[in-house]
Design a protein around this ligand. Structure first.
Ligand SMILES: [Mn+2]
Length: 396
């Protein structure tokens, strides 16, 4: 080779570099061949995965608020804990985990207490004082979060299907069963230590989100669980599962059982007025065990809102879509084909000209349940209705 040819060979090697050990495309979303500056000032090209991209973004932050969606579940809380670990590794000085709504599910409260998750209510934290905001397990400003819709997070990591989001770092993997799965892949790709505490939280999240009910887990949830299993403390999971119901949750589930209405293989039930948001999905899960039932809606009245939680094990039913069709114009609803939820404004039912519901009904718990409940249930059953589904059967 001539000197000039050698020169080009050297130039190419310097520009492209050799493949590195961490340069594996662990997921279909990985970026390849992105050029970055490294400490020594030398130009090196690495295969930059989402994980390394996230790490390098965090390296430029002094403080980070990790925002959990309202009424966070284990998938959200464990993901927040994982992001805190990654941020600490990136040298972020101050990381705060924040959430809206309340942590009312007894297992979720136990998760926070037993694993000492330092989560703060949004009302007690000035998020504007942080360099960066990260949304985990939710993505859209103004939806499913008390953070005002005008605030756009710098980082979004989620598995719920959503419209495209414009911001610095977005990793939304709608094909995944849990946000925790994405974080297990990040932690492995970044070769970070997964402590017993973190492994226990993430494994509990995978179980609660997907594995326990064989609720459409993907292969990735099982792979992630396998990585966590040797590191997790199973007695902690046992403790979390064994945590006790509050009396309010038990009352709400009791009311859902009593007030259930069935239409073919679908069931709808109101829990009346409650303070326990998390009682609704628990009641929905429980009612799904009823013989011959494959789709369930549970609703309850919390302050001026109607909270909804729906489940379906019928592969033909997309319950997220059903809620959207039935209630979209009345509030914020959505979700997956097998799990969905949302909230509606009670006043929408009063302001509607065709409605028989009076403003005074809102203060009457019984009337609220009967009048608003019947409208909610009728809409739900109408959207679900098809030729195969039978008539309205009470308390079957
Ligand atoms: Mn999730």
């Amino acid at each position: 080779m001539s000197i000039i040819q050698w020169y080009f060979v050297i130039l190419v090697v310097v520009r492209i570099g050799f493949p590195t050990a961490g340069c594996h495309s662990g997921n279909e979303l990985a970026h390849d061949g992105t050029t970055q500056w490294v400490e020594a000032g030398a130009l090196r090209t690495t295969c930059m995965t989402q994980a390394t991209e996230l790490l390098s973004l965090l390296e430029g932050c002094d403080s980070l608020a990790v925002v959990c969606h309202d009424n966070p579940d284990p998938d959200c809380l464990a993901s927040a804990l994982a992001l805190e670990t990654i941020a600490e590794d990136a040298g972020v000085d101050r990381v705060r985990i924040v959430y809206g709504g309340s942590i009312s599910h007894q297992q979720n409260r136990a998760l926070v207490t037993v694993l000492e998750i330092d989560a703060h209510h949004l009302s007690a934290v000035e998020i504007a004082r942080f360099d960066a905001l990260a949304f985990v397990d939710h993505s859209t400003p103004g939806s499913n979060t008390e953070v005002p819709a005008t605030v756009v997070p710098e980082i979004v990591i989620d598995h719920h299907p959503t419209d495209p989001i414009e911001t610095q770092f977005v990793d939304v993997r709608a094909g995944y069963g849990a946000t925790a799965t994405i974080f297990v892949e990040y932690l492995c790709e970044l070769d970070l230590e997964i402590t017993t505490r973190l492994a226990s939280a993430l494994l509990f999240a995978l179980h609660r989100e997907r594995l326990d009910f064989v609720r459409s887990p993907t292969e990735r949830e099982y792979e992630a669980a396998l990585k966590l299993f040797p590191r997790a403390e199973l007695s902690v999971l046992d403790q979390l599962y064994g945590s006790a119901f509050t009396p309010a949750t038990l009352d709400a589930i009791g009311r859902a059982i009593t007030l259930r209405h069935r239409c073919g293989s679908s069931l709808a039930a109101g829990v009346g007025r409650t303070v326990e948001t998390d009682a609704l999905p628990q009641a929905a899960d429980y009612l799904l065990n009823l013989e011959g039932v494959d789709t369930v809606l549970v609703y309850g009245f919390i302050n001026d809102r109607i909270r909804l939680s729906a489940r379906s094990i019928d592969p033909e039913v997309d319950v997220g879509q059903i809620l959207t069709e039935a209630y979209d114009e009345l509030g914020a609803v959505g979700g997956h084909h097998d799990m969905a939820g949302g909230h509606l404004d009670v006043l929408q039912f009063v302001n509607d000209d065709t409605s028989t519901i009076e403003a005074s009904d809102i203060d009457d718990d019984e009337r609220l349940q009967t009048a608003v409940g019947s409208v909610l249930e009728r809409r739900f059953f109408e959207v679900l209705a098809d030729d195969d589904r039978e008539g309205y059967i009470d308390n079957s």
